[in-house]
Design a protein around this ligand. Structure first.
Ligand code: ATP
Ligand code: MG
Length: 444
């Protein structure tokens, strides 16, 4: 195999070697290069001790935050590179962190502590690809397999359970049988892991190409930190609109939405309100009234519990809250929705609704409605039509000049003028609005 490392990575490796140390690009970046994918970032592993690395890079800017664990960050032309000393992890007593780490001069020691065989590959120009744990075979056969004994490896660091699921989803690989067995039997160790770390792996899992398969095979693992997920699978939908239970519908909708983090999270949680909202009528037909607002509230709580950032929480719960609203059919409907949720959420509503419908009995029932919705938006934006109070050609100060004196009246008048303009954009001109405001002043 013939790789080309980026110039800077290569020069870092060469400089370490020129000083008598071993050095390789390692882990995810080599795995990605073998798979023909562009790596996110390049990690470097070396036989040099941290202080030796710092000596070699004394003319560079260095960040020392990880030194205790063997990592020196070298800034090379404004770009940071993590250089980590070959490391042996000490005993793990808490399923999270080694009690101590010690450094080694042997590459194999460092590769043996890594999580999966596909993440143990390393490379430099002189030695080529080094594969001590069968990583290449596993990439070829598309398999995630623990390095060494899975039971031991998961009990050392239970986050690896989520990492296995994440890599299976993003790389589209299966998980080896023995590793799979231990994931199921040791899943409860995840309770010892910080939720932020689980959340980051979970989010990547949702965005992966094999999320559907991973979430169905390992739903028991997800239920360790999102117990509400279990209720979806048990929730049948006897309605003419659905062919799947809520769990299966959710996975189809998740698969069919565009691969954007927020949309994937939204689809995963969009029907969490259904089990609580379910009502079966005397004909045996199920109804799920208010499931969207119940789901919005539940997802807000779950996302908060998982320490997602406020922007994600707001956006996802807004989209879930409106996901089953009727699609706007007229420009006024469209502007009302826009004024309520903004342009970005309006666009995402279309995507969410499309994915939701694709996972139902009649997948294309909404194609036309969604096209109308999109066309209405395009027209509103193209004509620069007013859909926000701030787009109105009159404001509170203008009203005060006309003689309005109390805040409540000003708000009321602005709302009336705004609605009139939403219905007829021609009315958004100062002359008309001033004369209309004068008339309102009399009435109020
Ligand atoms: P990505 O493309 O997402 O960055 P990656 O494989 O580079 O994937 P990182 O989380 O950046 O993943 O970790 C870098 C490397 O460090 C991994 O390839 C693996 O060798 C090792 N590693 C990371 N986390 C663990 C862990 N919890 N246990 C063992 N090894 C780990
Ligand atoms: Mg990485």
């Amino acid at each position: 195999m013939n790789f080309k490392l980026p110039e800077k990575v290569n020069s870092i490796i060469e400089l370490l070697k020129a000083n008598g140390y071993e050095a390789y690009a390692v882990g995810g970046c080599v795995r990605d290069m073998v798979m023909g994918v562009a790596p996110n970032d390049f990690d470097i592993t070396t036989s040099a001790l941290p202080e030796e690395t710092m000596q070699v890079f004394k003319d560079f800017r260095i960040v020392e935050t990880g030194v205790k664990h063997g990592t020196v960050t070298v800034i090379c032309n404004h770009e940071p590179f993590e250089i980590t000393t070959y490391r042996i992890d000490g005993d793990y007593l808490d399923n999270r962190h080694p009690e101590s780490v010690s450094f080694s001069r042997k590459l194999k020691d460092d590769l043996a502590r890594r999580d999966f065989t596909v993440n143990t590959l390393c490379y430099n120009e002189e030695d080529g690809l080094i594969d001590l744990f069968g990583g290449i075979d596993d990439i070829e056969n598309k398999i995630i397999r623990c390095v060494g004994n899975p039971e031991k490896r998961f009990s050392e660091d239970a986050l690896r359970i989520m990492r296995a699921l994440r890599f299976s989803s993003t790389l589209g690989f299966s998980i080896d049988d023995e590793t799979t067995k231990c994931i199921h039997s040791q899943k409860d160790l995840l309770k010892n892991i910080a939720i932020e770390r689980i959340r980051d792996e979970f989010t990547k899992l949702l965005c992966g190409k094999k999320a559907f398969g991973v979430l169905s095979e390992f739903h028991d693992v997800i239920e360790v930190f999102i117990p509400e997920f279990a209720e979806l699978t048990d929730c049948e939908q006897h309605t003419p609109y659905h062919v799947y239970d809520v769990g299966c519908h959710t996975l189809h909708a998740l698969r069919d939405v565009e691969s954007k983090k927020l949309l994937k999270i939204t689809m995963f949680f969009h029907d969490f309100g259904k089990p609580k909202a379910k009502f079966t009528d005397s004909d045996g037909i199920d109804h799920f009234k208010c499931h969207a607002s119940i789901g919005a509230k539940m997802s807000r709580e779950i996302l908060k519990r998982m320490r997602y950032d406020n922007k994600t929480i707001e956006k996802v719960s807004t989209l879930i809250g409106i996901h089953s609203e009727p699609c706007p059919k007229t420009k006024t409907d469209a502007k009302l929705l826009l004024s309520e949720v903004g342009e970005e959420n309006y666009r995402d509503f279309i995507k969410v609704r499309r994915a939701d419908c694709l996972a139902k009995a009649d997948p294309h029932s909404h194609d036309e409605k969604l096209k109308v919705m999109q066309d209405l938006l395009d027209e509103i934006i193209e004509n620069n039509e007013c859909y926000r109070l701030s787009d109105l050609e009159i404001d509170g100060n203008d009203l005060i000049k006309l003689g309005f004196s109390n805040g409540k009246d000003i708000n009321l008048a602005l709302q009336i003028l705004f609605i009139e303009v939403l219905v007829d954009n021609e009315k958004n001109n100062k002359n008309y609005l001033v004369s209309r405001a004068k008339a309102l002043l009399e009435e109020i």
